[in-house]
Design a protein around this ligand. Sequence first.
Ligand SMILES: NC(=O)CC[C@H](N)C(=O)O
Length: 298
Amino acid sequence: MCGIVGLFLKDKALEPKLGAMLSEMLVSLSDRGPDSAGIAIYGAATGNEAKITVQSPKPDRDFRGLDAELAKAIGAPVSVAVKSTHAVIRTTPDKVDTAREALQTLRPDIRIMGAGEAVEIYKEVGLPEAVVDRFDVRSMTGTHGIGHTRMATESAVTTMGAHPFSTGADQCLVHNGSLSNHNNMRRELIRDGMKFETENDTEVAAAYLSNRMAHGKNLGEALEGTLSDLDGFFTFVVGTKNGFGVVRDPIACKPAVMAETDQYVAFGSEYRALTKLPGIDNARVWEPEPATVYFWEH
Ligand SMILES: NC(=O)CC[C@H](N)C(=O)O
């Protein structure tokens, strides 16, 4: 099982409702995965601000005074917006790597969920409803987003094992399925400098795409590569700063449905995830083909 959703807006008028629509879509698939849930929301990048979403098992201790300590350590302005166990740290784009390093020393228990100019990632153990409430995702505005509710097949049920997995700036991925060559692929990617936080197969798929894009491929080309380089079952839904992509393995045994109108492109593991979207009755609705890459960019 596992339930995945994605929503890529074309109509700016819907942006204030992105969090509410994506939350509704994910909650409707709760029975596909009780272990953990997560959502990535992309807001418009301003070009002069970067965001690092972090998680702490002890938020009261770790987030208190962090803004001033981190600003001093990296020599740049920092703000910290706390939401339950997560916080979004904002600083200047050139300081993201320095800030990540400084965090390891200042707050060793903090985990990084993702970073970039546009993305914020919220994920925890528990059902979608609880996760969406805890992080007030329904009130979030944005241009596109992806979400996941997990029934674990690989690796422990932990915050870090929850999807979306983010392995590159503004990149993240959710997955329904299981990969059979992820250990070999992980070793190959580590040899090429990629870093891993978990034993999870999906993290390998995310890192594979980040690695290919770091080598100059665009999102569509990187997704195409999964069809020859990754073995096993997969439906992937992927977000980048401006883009949104979908690919299914050649057998495509995991359910998937897409809908497109003038206002949005939407993905759901099942049609019930799409039923509340505006104009769905007149949308073009289709099952994405096996071994076929779909992607959209703003
Ligand atoms: N049921 C699934 O699709 C699981 C996805 C992935 N293999 C995981 O364990 O997280």
